[in-house]
Design a binder for this molecule. Structure first.
Ligand SMILES: [Zn+2]
Length: 267
């Protein structure tokens, strides 16, 4: 037996002794969150999440869900993440799915990206039709590079001050998944959504009810409402979906692909 063959035989022997790899089971992916969520038992912030790949069963369930009318992105994300996120630090999602609702939107988007990575690896290929020559080209989306993560300007675990036009100071925080669902459910008009954003994300040091908060939000001047809403929704930390470009395989044009989250996972 030549040395090479002997080495191959040894490799084979070793391979046979190892347990066979489980078919279709990718390694769980860990995701480091920007803000994380508090473990109420210990008071400590939990930031390291584990996600798993999506299966055919998940795909069917989400496809069924997406046929529902008026389904918001926030609701869709909640269902998806409740299936694919195993834990956030010490908190197990199967024991308490509300963990996911208490994450800020940017952390939920990071988890969404983590699920896409766990399912497909770091690069996804999409076929895009060139607008100039109508030829098909592959566009590679690199999940590590094509989603720049906006870092928080302030500590995302703390509230931020906003000064109203008459000098009154108030405190706001970034929207969570729960807030996003309430905002989406508040109605079709921008005005109703702005009221919901203010109700959900202005932080009070008393335990006033949502009815009182809503009344307060409605009595504000339009200028103050704009001020508060932009302080809450602008510059949210988290991954940003950008356009991905690639040269056309058939002509000199550049093909552009605009991504959305659901397409990234199931497109
Ligand atoms: Zn072309």
């Amino acid at each position: 037996m030549s040395l090479e063959l002997a080495a191959q035989a040894k490799d084979l022997e070793e391979a046979l002794q190892e347990p066979p790899p489980e078919v279709g089971k990718a390694a769980p992916t860990t995701v480091e969150l920007i803000r994380g969520v508090v473990d109420v038992d210990t008071g400590e912030w939990q930031t390291n999440a584990t996600v798993r790949e999506m299966t055919g069963e998940d795909e069917e369930e989400l496809a069924r869900l997406s046929t529902r009318e008026n389904l918001s992105y926030a609701e869709y994300t909640s269902v998806l993440l409740s299936r694919a996120v195993e834990n956030v630090g010490a908190l197990r999602v199967s024991e308490d799915p509300s963990v996911l609702d208490n994450l800020i939107v940017g952390d939920r988007d990071l988890l969404f990206l983590g699920v896409v990575k766990a399912t497909y690896g770091n690069v996804r290929t999409f076929v895009v039709t060139c607008p100039a020559c109508e030829g098909s080209s592959d566009v590679l989306v690199n999940l590590d590079k094509d989603f720049p993560v906006k870092q928080p300007v302030n500590d995302p675990r703390k509230t931020r001050p906003v000064t109203l036009r008459d000098g009154r100071p108030i405190q706001v925080r970034y929207p969570t998944g729960k807030d996003a669902q309430a905002i989406a459910a508040s109605g079709d008009t921008l005005a109703a959504q702005n009221t919901a954003i203010i109700v959900q994300c202005v932080v009070w040091d008393d335990d006033r009810t949502d009815v009182v908060k809503k009344q307060w939000a409605r009595e504000l001047s339009i200028a103050d409402r704009r001020l508060i809403v932009s302080a809450i929704v602008e510059n949210q930390p988290g991954p940003t979906l950008e356009e991905v470009e690639a040269p056309c395989a058939h002509c000199d044009e550049t093909v552009t692909m605009v991504l959305d989250w659901a397409y990234l996972l199931f497109g």
